[in-house]
Structure formats: structure tokens, C-alpha cells
Design a protein around this ligand. Sequence first.
Ligand code: GLN
Length: 245
Amino acid sequence: MADRLRVCALYPNLMNIYADRGNLLLLRRRCEWRGIGFELTASDLGEPLDPDAADLFYIGGGQDRDQRLCAFDLAEVKREGLHAAAARGAALLAVCGGYQLLGSSYQLGEETLPGVGLVDLETVRSDGERLIGNIAIEVDLGPLAGGTRVLAGFENHGGRTHLGPAAQPLGRVLKGHGNNGEDGREGIREGNVIGTYMHGPLLPKNAWLADWLIATALGREEPLAPLDDTFEAAAHVEARRAAGA
Ligand code: GLN
């Protein structure tokens, strides 16, 4: 059983709004507090991705302009590596702008950015209002996550995402907008690949998801040893309260 979590952050400088990088800090701390090693590497523009070099891949959110650079790089330089990583069961967490690039395309007015084609979704930038605010969703990631749980956080996106017919959302919207403000679905989950509109500090507000990601990425069959989560529990309760759930 591996006792070291290897995380690879994609485009850590371009795709990092709303402190999405804080998610990586929390992963590091929760590993270290349990005596699990933690190694963080980055894969930037122009760098191919080695599918075996990490157990967990991470993409944060980004502005349309930065997303454009990353979209072409993902589709042209990293596509093969990322598909191979997902196929061998590596975990992937993609937030907002990163999430929008996981599917087939992101249509921005006249221009259609390519997606990396890992999951079945497409996103269209709407001229309508941005979908902004606190959000809470109900999620069931199975026994490793302890059954049905709540994720609470913050969303801010102009894009509207629609899942393909067989794709499963990450969760059901309790409060907030979710993928498109219409169908009550939020994010996507396919195996160990997770996409969500919920920004940093997503993991600090929902430490249970961090633990699920660590356990899944390490191939554990049992949940990780519990920690003293007094502060994390308070952050979670506050995020739920802010969302009204
Ligand atoms: N640019 C994307 C949108 O507005 C994503 C923004 C973000 O990551 N917050 O839809």
C-alpha cells in the first residue's frame, strides 16, 4: 500500500482563481498529519503529462483568456497522458474553468475551444447572468466517503454545462445554480474523475472530499484514519449556513 500521495497540478499559475491552490495545501496537511508522504509536481503549458507520475491530478479554475491557452494545450499536448491516467484509475479533480475543459467543447461566442474528451459534457458561454453564489449539493461517493454527504462552497461561472445522456453528475443541487441553473445537477463524476463548479476553498470546507480523494488516489479500500476535525467541521457548517442548506 503506497504511503505517499503524488499530486500533479496542471497549470498551477494560470488555473488558480479564488485561491483554488488552497485545495492542494489541505491535501498536503491531511496527508502529513497521518504520516502519509506528499509530493507535488506541476505540468505547465507545452509539457506532456506522464500518466504514471501522479496518483491525483488537479486543475483549478481560470478566466476565459487563460482557459483558452490551457484548452489547446490539454487537447494537443496532454490529452493522451490524461486519458491514460484516468484509464489506470488515477484520481482527477477539476474545478470550474478546469471542469469546463474536461468534456467535448467550450463554446465562447464565435469560438469553440476544444475539450480534452475525458467525460461526456459540453459547455456554452451564456450572455445571460453569471451564476454566482454560495452553493450546497448532495453527493454519494460510496462507502469510502461514508455514504451520502453534503458539499458546500461557492460558484461563479458564465458557462452553462450540460452532461451527455449517460453521464452522472457529482451531485444534486440543494441550494445554488449548479451546472446550468436549470436541471438541478452539479458537476460530473465518472469513476475517479470529478469535475465541479465549486471553487477553492472547496476542500478546506469539505475535508471529507479531500479524504475521499486521498484514499481513492492511493487505492485504499477503507476510509483514512480520522483526524481532529474541529476547525474543518466548523468551516463546513458555516459554508452550509451561507448556502442556506
Ligand atoms: N471562465 C469560466 C466561466 O466564467 C470559468 C470561470 C471560473 O473558473 N470561475 O464560465
